[in-house]
Ligand binder design. Structure first.
Ligand code: SF4
Length: 295
């Protein structure tokens, strides 16, 4: 999904992210390739906090522990999330990304010309604490705590599977099977539980692989950190078919684009509102390939 979104938002960003950054972790790569690799791994504060939250939720429920009390599970979740937050923040303040581009590099700090973002520690910590508070107060938390450890379906994150030979990646939170019913939890992107039908369909396909249950017995739970509501969607067969068609089409467009690059077609940036939040803006600013193209 991310690949498709990036491709449709800016071909140049797609090229940077999926092709030109490749190998940028290797000592003999070019300076530009190393820079692209570093930029590729920058995350916005929101995405970083969601990552911490997701990691803590998976750590708490998905690794086979049984907790004596619900409060014990809540403590594990909170402790793990706050430890991760502090560790990541420390890495970021020490600019560890200069040595290891995969270590925490936050967009708002990296591109902060006024140097004010370093004061945001307390603000971002409060956001995370608020998310943890709201999640642990939700009735779903008790339900998850009561599930027997054997009911969890281990997930790689990101998880991947094939559709007609095309590898698809998604990043679910948790999956479980309880008797004749299976559920998978994924992040929602809005307070109203909006999510594209494609993401619901992909989550359903992954859940089918993990639980062997028909879609009639599946629930896709959409959760937005900080929001008390958890939205439940039921997959629809017709939408699953449309999702597969869309993936084939999108993959075909990307392959054609990549083929054209190999044949020397120039790619230029498309100045849009996406530039403001694009992690590659450092490369685009003041460069003529923004207008004239890059080969
Ligand atoms: S800064 Fe704008 S033009 Fe450049 S890669 Fe990003 S989105 Fe594309």
């Amino acid at each position: 999904m991310h690949r498709d979104l990036l491709f449709n938002s800016c071909h140049l960003a797609y090229l940077f992210n999926y092709h030109l950054a490749r190998g940028g972790q290797l000592p003999y790569s070019s300076d530009r390739c190393r820079l692209l690799y570093r930029l590729k791994h920058i995350r916005t504060a929101d995405s970083w906090l969601r990552g911490i939250f997701a990691d803590a939720v998976r750590h708490t429920f998905n690794c086979g522990q049984n907790y004596a009390t619900c409060n014990a599970a809540k403590e594990v979740l909170q402790r793990h999330a706050l430890e991760l937050f502090r560790r990541n923040w420390h890495e970021c303040m020490l600019d560890e990304w200069r040595k290891d581009p995969k270590s925490t590099n936050i967009f708002e700090i990296y591109y902060d010309q006024d140097n004010v973002s370093k004061t945001l520690f307390a603000e971002w910590l409060a956001v995370l604490e608020d998310w943890l508070k709201s999640f642990t107060a939700n009735s779903l938390f008790d339900k998850l705590w009561q599930l027997d450890s054997l009911k969890w379906r281990p997930l790689d994150t990101p998880a991947s599977f094939d559709i007609d030979g095309i590898r698809v990646w998604i990043n679910p939170l948790l999956a479980w099977r309880d008797h004749d019913y299976g559920a998978i939890m994924i992040f929602s992107h809005s307070q109203c539980g909006d999510l594209s039908q494609i993401e619901v369909s992909l989550a359903s396909m992954l859940l089918s692989q993990k639980t062997y249950l028909d879609i009639e017995k599946q629930e896709i739970m959409l959760y937005m950190p900080g929001n008390d509501d958890i939205f439940v969607r039921h997959p629809v067969r017709q939408e699953l078919k449309q999702c597969k068609m869309m993936i084939r089409e999108s993959s075909g467009n990307m392959r054609e684009f990549e083929h054209n690059i190999v044949r020397g077609m120039a790619v230029s940036g498309q100045r849009t509102t996406a530039c403001e939040s694009c992690r590659f803006i450092e490369l685009c600013r003041g460069n003529d390939f923004f207008h004239n193209g890059l080969q």
